[in-house]
Design a protein around this ligand. Structure first.
Ligand SMILES: [Fe+2]
Length: 432
């Protein structure tokens, strides 16, 4: 028997069901002006408004602030969020929440801001040593003892889908590694996506995030089928990275279609609000997709690439330190990963190619890679890992570290070895 698609063929002792989880979401121009009423509906009287110094200087900060105070909600501002937050920065936000005695959180910003608010909510509501909550094996991955405070997550960007996920990513300073806290309790109570907030998003950031969205959608659509996992005990919940399933596939295909049709338009014309709104909705859809399915190779391979950056600086980001933005790190590994994975999920990649609007010729994974590379070239992305400072001598180290991303590696459409990862990195050095 299959469930809705031959890709979801039921197997002996395999999983037979998938679950769909998500939070409440509001999408539309102007929804940021409604958050005061939203906060009241959650019974909030005093909130910590979590943001960063850049956002605080923008008119949209005033919009959010006025919306809250206008509804009679007291606001305490915490604007010390840093890009790529550390555990220390998160602890500071948690401390601010405790000192301010807030009964809820409103975050206004990108992934770093929303993730900081999620983790600060956890640590201030249920204080415990930081590592108690951090993902194993670095931490103990303990679930919170009870519910968290309400959190309204207002995104000022798109792509991370942090407003929809129960994931907070940060750098663990003492160990020098990127890790996270993962748990359903962390999912914001309400995600607010106002396309007008994207008026302030610089074009390079928009491009990077657009590729992140496209890769989320392709990865989640081509992830191993949920039916390939062993069936869990009746008592244990299904993992968030349960594999591709009929629901996430639906969201992902539309996200691919919308991104392919609007990315170049949005990058080419910074006043094209329609294209930006379409990308924001695609980001939400892809977020729902990967939140219920999971990413795989391009994301697994992106983390060591971002971590070991030497000199490269990205246009549109602070120039005081080397940085490969997340979306670019993902995009650089995506075509090579799709080439590798294509033959193991041919029909899935054929569907992706169709959603991209690409002509079907030859092997589908290869054709998807070509379409992806074409978009990269047309939008000014680096031409491969060599263009951001990596060479053949780095491949072994990168592959060994990427292989440690078990949760993502296991979600690839078929099993991969360290040798496979080395081959993918080599093929990602230069695309044109
Ligand atoms: Fe991503």
């Amino acid at each position: 028997m299959t469930l809705l698609d031959p890709y979801f063929r039921l197997r002996p002792n395999g999983e037979t069901a998938f679950s769909v989880e998500g939070n409440a979401i509001k999408f539309g121009p102007g929804v940021l002006t409604e958050i005061g009423g939203d906060a009241k509906a959650f019974g909030l009287r005093r909130v910590l408004l979590v943001t960063d110094s850049r956002i605080r200087g923008l008119p949209l900060f005033q919009t959010a602030h006025d919306a809250l105070t206008g509804a009679g909600v007291e606001v305490v501002v915490f604007d010390e969020v840093v890009v790529e937050p550390t555990d220390t920065a998160i602890s500071r936000a948690a401390q601010a929440a405790i000192e301010a005695g807030v009964d809820g959180f409103v975050s206004l910003g990108g992934g770093s801001v929303m993730d900081t608010a999620k983790a600060a909510n956890l640590l201030s509501t249920w204080p415990a040593p930081f590592l108690d909550y951090v993902n194993a094996p670095l931490g103990r991955a303990l679930p919170p003892p009870g519910p968290l405070k309400p959190h309204i997550a207002c995104t000022t960007t798109f792509g991370t889908a942090a407003e929809t996920t129960g994931i907070a990513i940060f750098d663990l300073a003492e160990k020098g590694v990127k890790t996270g806290i993962l748990g359903r309790a962390l999912r914001p109570s309400l995600g607010v996506a106002d396309p007008l907030a994207l008026d302030y998003l610089p074009i390079p950031v928009l491009a990077s995030n657009g590729f992140d969205v496209l890769s989320h959608a392709i990865e989640s659509y081509t992830a191993r089928p949920f039916t390939a996992r062993a069936r869990p005990d009746a008592s244990s919940p299904r993992p968030q990275n349960q594999g591709a399933n009929p629901f996430s596939s639906l969201a992902c295909l539309e996200a691919i279609r919308l991104t392919a049709r609007n990315l170049e338009r949005a990058i080419g014309d910074s006043t094209d609000r329609d294209a930006r709104a379409a990308l924001m909705f695609a980001g939400l859809l892809a977020g729902i997709g990967f939140g219920n399915s999971g990413n795989h190779l391009p994301h697994a391979l992106s983390y060591p690439v971002a971590h070991h950056v030497r000199q490269w600086r990205a246009e549109g980001w602070p120039q005081d330190h080397a940085l490969i933005p997340h979306g670019i790190a993902v995009a650089l590994n995506a075509p090579a990963s799709f080439r590798h994975a294509g033959p193991t999920a041919p029909q899935r990649f054929q569907d992706v190619l169709h959603a991209l609007g690409g002509a079907s010729a030859g092997e589908a994974g290869e054709a998807v890679a070509s379409e992806f590379i074409r978009l990269m070239r047309n939008t000014g992305l680096p031409s491969g890992l060599a263009a951001v400072g990596y060479g053949a001598a780095d491949v072994q180290l990168l592959a060994a570290e990427a292989f440690e991303q078990k949760r993502l590696i296991d979600n690839a459409p078929s099993p991969v070895t360290v040798d496979d990862l080395e081959q993918i990195y080599r093929s990602a050095l230069r695309y044109w």
